[in-house]
Design a protein around this ligand. Sequence first.
Ligand SMILES: Nc1nc2c(c(=O)[nH]1)N[C@H]1C(S)=C(S)[C@@H](COP(=O)(O)OP(=O)(O)OC[C@H]3O[C@@H](n4cnc5c(=O)[nH]c(N)nc54)[C@H](O)[C@@H]3O)O[C@H]1N2
Ligand SMILES: Nc1nc2c(c(=O)[nH]1)N[C@H]1C(S)=C(S)[C@@H](COP(=O)(O)OP(=O)(O)OC[C@H]3O[C@@H](n4cnc5c(=O)[nH]c(N)nc54)[C@H](O)[C@@H]3O)O[C@H]1N2
Ligand code: SF4
Ligand SMILES: [Mo]
Length: 709
Amino acid sequence: MNDHVKSLSFYGGCPHDCPDTCSMIFEVADGKLLGVKGNPDHPMTRGTLCVKLKNYEERHYHPDRLLHPMKRVGPKGSGQFERITWDEALDTIVTRWKAIIDQYGPQAIAPYSYLGNQGLVHGLNGGDAFFNRLGATVMERTFCGEGSCTAWLLTVGPTAGLDPESYIHSKYIVIWACNSVSTNLHHWAIVKDAQKKGAKVVVIDSYASRTAKGADWHIAPKPGTDGALAMALINSIIEQGLVDQAYVDNYTVGFEELKERASTRTPEWAAEITGVSADDIRKLAYELATAQPAAIRMGVALERHYGGGQTIRAVSSLPALTGAWRHVGGGVTQFPVWEHPYKFDVICRPDLIPEGTRVVSNLHIGRALLGEGLGDGPPIMSLMCWNSNPVTQAPETDKIVEGLMREDLFLVSAEHFISDTASYADILLPASMGAEMEDMILSWGHLYLTYNTKCAESPGEAIPNNEIFRRLAARLGFEEDNFKWSDSECLEHYVDWSSPACDGVDLDYMRKHGFARLKVGTPDDRAPHRNGNFPTPSGKCEFKVEGAKNFVAPPFRQMYLGFQPGEDLDPLPDYVGARESHTNDPELAKRFPLNIVSPKSHAFLNSCYANMKDKQHVQGEQFVLISPVDAGVRGIREGDRVRVANDRGAFKGVARITDDVTSGIVVATLGYWRQLNEGTVNSISSHQFGDMGHSPTFSDNLVEVSLSN
Ligand SMILES: Nc1nc2c(c(=O)[nH]1)N[C@H]1C(S)=C(S)[C@@H](COP(=O)(O)OP(=O)(O)OC[C@H]3O[C@@H](n4cnc5c(=O)[nH]c(N)nc54)[C@H](O)[C@@H]3O)O[C@H]1N2
Ligand SMILES: Nc1nc2c(c(=O)[nH]1)N[C@H]1C(S)=C(S)[C@@H](COP(=O)(O)OP(=O)(O)OC[C@H]3O[C@@H](n4cnc5c(=O)[nH]c(N)nc54)[C@H](O)[C@@H]3O)O[C@H]1N2
Ligand code: SF4
Ligand SMILES: [Mo]
């Protein structure tokens, strides 16, 4: 921060896809962002930001920032662009789209967005109303959490569950497939405080992550076998006589059937599958049931294999079995987003989707661009991408790049930087960043509303996402109110300010205070399911789901169109093995014997920041963690350059030989740019869905690692 300039402070909200959704203080002078810090008054942010955001102003004024609309002047992907005016950019887009609609119909146009920006106005759903009105192909977005959400809704309903802040009262904390130190730092601080007060912290992770290293006990099941561990915990809690029978009798459905199902899922059975000893499983079951209040934090990574949904049903059942829900600080946390009063029907306008419009999965974008899975509809002739970078983030990179190279594809990219995806664009649109636009930031990791002030000028000609859609809508003659509302008016309409959760809070309050706790109990008194009160059809925790076939998704976001759990949903939770494993596919495993896990990078936010020198310095180059045994048999030494490959593709990284991973597993973190590296981790990822909610299967991939020349 520059001390010589008199600056003013404004409330900000971190717009990134991160459960912490920090409240920030922007320091601004002369319309320029000088610095940023964590809001000291916010109970979760507590005055600190993570390594990614602490010099956020440098991202705003980075020399590579996209400042003007541009058009492609060289071959696709060559990086040759020339500056044009906004009028030329928007006219080109509208002219091309009208021609495509005339020839192929509107479904030949498709949107592609995700949570690059988590704002209600400029974020995930920002363009939905526009593309629904256009009649474009609906892009189903199931990148993150939809398997988990389906399993959660089936078991306990749309409840925020255990408040992340209540963990300060927990005596036993299980963090399951979540690397909190990197991905949920402000929750980790609360967990650490509880640990200092005597709580035992257990981390269940496929490898010794930073978080696992800070735990009292690290349990390392093989990737994709957590369902077996969870079923064996159910078995052992019942066998050891640790069930809270009164809780089960009053507030759950299907205990007898679950008991029967679990009777054969013994700790010995699970030990074979998971690699965790039967003694350890019994011990975990005993401690989880008896050390109350016991808390479980499920990470998104728990869903990233074929049986992820069933795993999450089993884990979500545990606190009802042990009665942990009776206590403040007891229960399980998925995404507290469920009790936030957002009006997604107003934001997304699903009512504007013409009947019969086809749906394409964002996880299948490569295939879709190459003409696969489009039914009898037209090819995709234009894609508009904003808030997302599928080339690094979506599976099957090689197919995506082949699709984006199509000469007849018209790609529009709204971006901050010329990302791996934007580098293939025909038209580039410069988008505003954090301090440059008003918004409220959706949070999926705590129970606060968060406000972000527009307090800095956008550099160059950048404009906010919503302004891009307003301008396009005006050119296309869309008359609906949504397309005329200012960003402030959007916020008035997008939040249900009359909901009891907002009691005493309105947009003016948000502007004055920057954040507001929802009125859903305090972290010190909230035990939402002490007396059942599960928002399920039965009002109980449903171990067994009646009529699962008829399960209807709540009228929620376009993001969740993939919710239907499938015709043959098992009424009870169980272990469902990974698709790519030695047991399920021994032939494949002979050629590709190593299971790869590709979690988040500590210093990048998905692919954001991976182009910034200081973050690259903290993060280091793309590495591949490999065990001494696996390295030895392949003649790989520490620091060697290695190639990680399967039939879908390959990427390169530097070998780090370590006991942090067990034999059979390799770890390479996500987000490195393809432009700056050879391939990305998603070159090898499968497009296949998990068992529920069309979830991705990023932890369900077999590879081989070899020395690279
Ligand atoms: N192998 C593997 N793959 C994964 C995962 C994994 O664990 N392993 N995780 C998955 C998960 S959980 C997720 S959520 C997805 C995330 O995937 P994405 O959401 O695609 O993530 P990012 O790479 O951060 O892409 C966001 C892009 O939006 C841009 N952006 C940011 N803010 C704005 C804005 O205001 N306006 C505009 N126009 N652009 C903006 C950024 O510059 C960036 O290029 O990745 C998934 N992919
Ligand atoms: N620094 C940083 N923070 C982020 C992000 C980022 O990119 N960087 N991304 C944000 C986003 S979009 C999301 S969704 C969240 C995700 O946050 P997390 O849920 O923490 O996701 P990951 O870091 O991908 O994986 C967490 C841990 O799960 C382990 N794991 C993977 N597969 C399995 C498995 O099958 N079983 C078990 N037991 N463990 C497994 C991995 O080894 C990893 O240590 O983080 C958010 N925060
Ligand atoms: S990325 Fe997460 S931890 Fe970092 S500042 Fe943003 S919300 Fe906070
Ligand atoms: Mo995510």
